[in-house]
Ligand binder design. Structure first.
Ligand SMILES: C[S@@+](CC[C@H](N)C(=O)[O-])C[C@H]1O[C@@H](n2cnc3c(N)ncnc32)[C@H](O)[C@@H]1O
Length: 254
């Protein structure tokens, strides 16, 4: 059911998300490349690769790059983006992150961007990422960060879910650290990225005014009432605006 919702939602979002400046030129792409620290002998997995923007940015650094996603429409875009970038070393797999179809210790590097908050069982997916990494292999994981204040985090999740029903839960950094340690990652280090969001740009990615027009009204009312939802919700020129906080984790398979 959760997987079906992801497939439906990301089949509709695929072309919008692929074109979105927030995905194409994010400083998080540079961070992922540097944290992956991949070399020409490495085999790299991008778990939840979407339209392959991360994969296309990193495939040139490695021997083989594998992109995995649940959504076929995303994998078609990933194939085309990697081909256009001239990479002949990319393989794509349509599978869930919670059950990776790869051998133990078969990758040197695993990266994943903006996927954890779509998973019903993020701990299981992190366990799978650890399983397929060789001991000492590197993880670079980037996702939104929730407020540590539970009421703010719950409101943030509610707003994200109205926009995109495949949203499950943004985790606070404390929960992600615990899950990473339990999965078997060590030498953990966390960076932070703050991404100001303009409502129209954020709404355009889902391409469904039936959801985002009422959401605009709701966000504006919350902003005017001084409710920040852990994302510094505020009003700019009569429109709602906010900041997405990102947690950027690097670590090693113990
Ligand atoms: C917000 S997009 C991010 C795409 C890509 N990582 C990027 O940052 O450009 C989330 C992606 O995760 C995929 N996804 C969500 N749940 C998944 C799961 N359980 N297994 C595999 N892929 C999943 C979706 O199909 C979608 O392509």
């Amino acid at each position: 059911m959760a997987h079906e919702r992801v497939r439906q939602e990301f089949t509709r979002q695929a072309p919008h998300l692929e074109a979105a400046p927030a995905f194409r030129s994010s400083p998080v792409l540079d961070w992922l490349r540097s944290a992956a620290a991949a070399g020409p002998g490495d085999r790299l997995l991008d778990a939840g690769c979407g339209p392959g923007l991360v994969l296309a940015a990193l495939a040139g650094d490695v021997r083989e790059a594998v992109g995995l996603d649940l959504t076929e429409a995303m994998l078609h875009l990933a194939e085309s983006n990697c081909r256009q970038a001239g990479h002949g070393n990319v393989r794509l797999e349509c599978s869930p992150m919670e059950e990776l179809p790869f051998d133990d210790a078969s990758f040197d590097v695993v990266v994943s961007r903006l996927t954890l908050h779509h998973l019903e069982d993020p701990e299981r997916a992190l366990g799978e990422m650890a399983r397929v990494l060789r001991p000492g292999g590197r993880l670079a994981l980037a996702d939104l960060a929730a407020s540590e204040v539970a009421e703010e985090a719950a409101l943030h999740d509610a707003l994200e879910t109205i926009r995109d029903p495949s949203h499950v839960r943004v985790l606070p950094t404390t929960a992600v650290r615990t899950a990473l340690e339990a999965a078997g990652f060590a030498a953990l280090a966390r960076d932070h990225h703050a991404q100001p969001r303009d409502f129209d740009e954020w709404a355009a990615i889902v391409g469904d005014p039936a959801r985002t027009d009422p959401l605009r009204v709701l966000l504006l009312a919350l902003a005017r009432a001084g409710i920040g939802a852990g994302i510094e919700l505020h009003e700019e020129a009569g429109q709602p605006a906010f900041t997405h906080h990102w947690q950027l984790w690097r670590g090693r398979r113990a």
